[in-house]
Design a protein around this ligand. Structure first.
Ligand SMILES: *[C@@H]1O[C@H](CO)[C@@H](O)[C@H](O)[C@H]1NC(C)=O
Length: 478
């Protein structure tokens, strides 16, 4: 379930609030608790046509329980866009699956609720049956409000009272639950006043990185409430030894340059990037660096796995338009760019990474950067902007941290007026050339990357961090 930001729906904004899902709008009059359960039942009664992949092995242990021991009466109710797809959705599932598999003698039962974004039937349909079963189980866990810790895992606009239509979190407002935790993150240098206010109503605010601890506190969130809880990455699923490379040449549409001809004996060096098509992701920086540094004779190829974000699907034309406005045709011919905009099933994601020689993400700001940690778990050398969330795990030893030229103001969208980073085009050129020319160095960084992912973010490690924090909260209040 370590799907990532190649799904539509950004971490920081819920989608399409003006287009209410028919299920959600029908259910509007229903009150707390009935809503998500009913919605789920309705959702499950639809026929499932799509096949996606989710990890089944994760759930095998979930039903083991010592028949002699009484289940604890305390509950942790995790409320998140479990049925929505997108950043927060995959992130929240990664916590739940890690916890389910790795919790040892927890002093609480786990429960979940859909909250914070619209349900996507397509996403629900794509879940494997045992994850659906787990979802049902966890939805139906009954908890006493007075014995429940609530985790609101969403953007703060969804927290009680919500600024848009969603099951509020905490569902009945503050002060009735044992404890309420807000779990959120942003991709810019600061937190809006309204969001700060909402954070400060929580007992704790969980953020994934030191970068967020610092931006939240600097923006006015009570420092005593802010706790860093890193994100898990499924290092067993994203394991390079388990996969053969995907045949990406057959998946990608060539949008610039020429295909490798059969007479070219040398193999191409493949750069891969995975992102939603939005300005924040720095695709302009990526194309500038790549096309200035390389031409056809370099034997490289750039593959993009992307999908739309408030934009139509016509990436090929967008890229050609951008290139026409910035560059003259090179004498040697363009270095090729391929776009993969068809759905890549979760089961094929590791094979996609495996087909690449290096991974690039010169974005202006990231919350966590799921494709980056996936690539790193797959032992790929990564080049990524040395700012915001990824500074939590990028080091000189495990990657190529991309230097920033300057900070720039966000010009549109909900974070207008905030600042984020402008990654250096020239430094990106140098690093791309370096990763291509220094094979041994790149390999050693890739190996170190996987080691670091296992050591710091594997499901066991993060489940422990989360459980210890929750136990600590219980210790303090009961
Ligand atoms: C990355 O940023 C950190 C500060 O956040 C800095 O200490 C480090 O030197 C930077 N690395 C590179 C390669 O720019």
């Amino acid at each position: 379930m370590d799907s990532n930001e190649n799904q539509p729906g950004p971490a920081s904004q819920p989608r399409q609030h003006n287009q209410l899902h028919p299920l959600t709008s029908k259910l509007k009059p229903f009150l707390f608790y009935t809503t998500p359960i009913l919605t789920l039942f309705l959702a499950i009664s639809f026929t499932f046509t799509k096949t996606h992949y989710y990890k089944n092995q994760h759930l095998k242990k979930s039903h083991q329980r010592n028949p002699m021991s009484k289940p604890p009466s305390y509950c942790v109710r995790w409320m998140a866009p479990f049925l929505s797809g997108g950043g927060y959705s995959s992130e929240s599932w990664s916590y739940i699956l890690s916890l389910k598999e790795n919790m040892k003698n927890p002093r609480f039962r786990l429960a979940i609720d859909q909250h914070g974004d619209l349900e996507s039937l397509e996403f629900w349909e794509g879940l494997p049956q045992d994850v659906k079963n787990l979802a049902f189980d966890l939805y139906n866990t009954e908890c006493q409000i007075s014995e429940t810790i609530v985790v609101c895992h969403s953007e703060p606009g969804a927290w009680y009272p919500p600024l848009f239509q969603t099951l509020p979190c905490p569902p009945t407002g503050y002060g009735k639950f044992l404890s309420v935790i807000g779990r959120t993150m942003f991709e810019t240098d600061s937190v809006n006043l309204e969001h700060v206010k909402r954070c400060n109503r929580m007992d704790y605010v969980w953020v994934p990185t030191d970068f967020h601890v610092s931006t939240f506190v600097k923006s006015g969130v009570d420092a005593s409430k802010v706790v860093k809880i890193v994100q898990p990455i499924d290092v067993n699923f994203f394991d390079p030894l388990k996969y053969e490379p995907l045949d990406i040449a057959s998946k990608g549409n060539l949008v610039l340059g020429a295909k490798k001809s059969n007479s070219d004996s040398e193999r191409q060096f493949v750069f891969l990037s995975v992102f939603k098509w939005e300005y924040r992701k720095g695709w302009d920086v990526l194309f500038k660096a790549y096309l200035q540094e390389f031409s056809k004779v370099d034997g490289v190829a750039l593959y993009l796995l992307t999908n739309p974000y408030h934009s139509d699907r016509d990436f090929g034309n967008k890229i050609v338009e951008f290139v026409d406005s910035e560059f003259k045709n090179p004498v040697d011919g363009w270095a090729p760019i391929y776009v993969i905009d068809t759905h890549i099933a979760q089961i094929d994601l590791p094979r996609l990474y495996k087909a690449a020689d290096a991974f690039l993400l010169p974005s202006r700001g990231e919350g966590w950067g799921r494709p980056l940690v996936e690539a790193m778990a797959m032992s790929l050398p990564v080049i990524a902007t040395n700012w915001s969330g990824p500074t939590e795990y990028l080091t000189e030893e495990n990657s190529y941290p991309l230097p920033v030229d300057r900070m720039s103001e966000v010009m549109e969208g909900p974070f207008r007026g905030h600042f984020w980073a402008e990654p250096s085009v020239n430094e990106l050129r140098l690093l791309m050339r370096r990763v291509m020319c220094n094979v041994e160095e790149a390999k050693s960084k890739g190996r170190k990357a996987r080691e670091d992912m296992i050591r710091r973010f594997s499901p066991e490690i993060v489940a422990n961090i989360v459980t210890n924090n929750l136990h600590h909260i219980l210790d303090k209040i009961v």
